[in-house]
Design a protein around this ligand. Sequence first.
Ligand SMILES: *Cc1c(COP(=O)(O)O)cnc(C)c1O
Length: 353
Amino acid sequence: MPPVPVRADLDLAEGYHSPQVDVRIRLNTNESPIAPPRAWVEAVRAELEHIEFNRYPDRRAWALRSALGAVHGVGPEEVFCANGSNEVLQCLLLAFGGPGRAVALFEPTYALHSHIARLTGTVVATGERLADFRIDLDEVGRVSAEAAPVVTFLCSPNNPSGRADPKEVVEQVLAIAPGLVVVDEAYGQFCAWSALSLLGTEDRLAVVRTFSKTWSMAAARLGYLVAPASVVAALEQVALPYHLDSFKQVAGRLALDYQSDMDARVAELVQERGRLAAGLAAMPVESWPSDANFILFRPLARPGEEVWQRLLDRSVLVRNCSGWPRLEGCLRVTVGTPEENTAFLAALAECLA
Ligand SMILES: *Cc1c(COP(=O)(O)O)cnc(C)c1O
């Protein structure tokens, strides 16, 4: 019998995956290289004693949402939590996207925005960024007029190019775009300004954050959105019942007690980012300024693909973006520990020689 055909509108060959290979230095997925505080692990362990394992978790994750709301100065009804910010985005597009509706995004940007849009049957209306990867407001205008997007995605700081969108740009996009403006701030804490500061005055704005990067909790799979209560209510309608297990509700809530540790980790990484940027600037590569925990660069002496492989041969894994549209020959390196960054720079120098 022939295999059962998958949906004709899905090109499953085009998944978004970075290889999970066993290497000495892993700098390919923008995780934090620093573990969360031991005291947080102990607090989670103690709280797990009180989970009623025979019962479903709190369906509305109210304690977690209240704690996050308190951090951002909003109520729990303005916070939506899910299994990673990717699931937040999926719920957004299940609720607001779908056949006959369009999302706007500006390439190059986070590949999951267009990927999840396609999975949910949503039309992807693509605009271009400027040559230095900043948002081109003319393109926002063009795509808005042509596609009338129900959701316009920004990514600030933008993965993979690294720069944050300034406040004026987000405000101008809000003025141009006809639908929701969703700002993906997975790296928001690396940056001084956040679109969260516009939430009180803008009723079409949603900001998405994650525990995967700055909170050093990629293993927990927890992300959230802050938005007007009407948007959050729509997302609750499409989320599966009890999608957020009791473990991560506890883990996320307790993490917020260690905000100052997180700030200290971010500061350490920002300092290392400066050292990494200086190291790259002294090599035959083109590199782009970053407000996040990664740096995009393009080797000039050899093809990016070849440099990626030569790094891997030295057990250093970075993200290979060389085949991505508009990023020909580019690689992206995550800021690691000081030792990892030193080893990366030494390996790269060898590979470029
Ligand atoms: C890493 C990343 C995320 C995180 O996704 P999770 O599902 O929360 O791990 C979201 N958006 C961007 C732009 C990212 O780079």
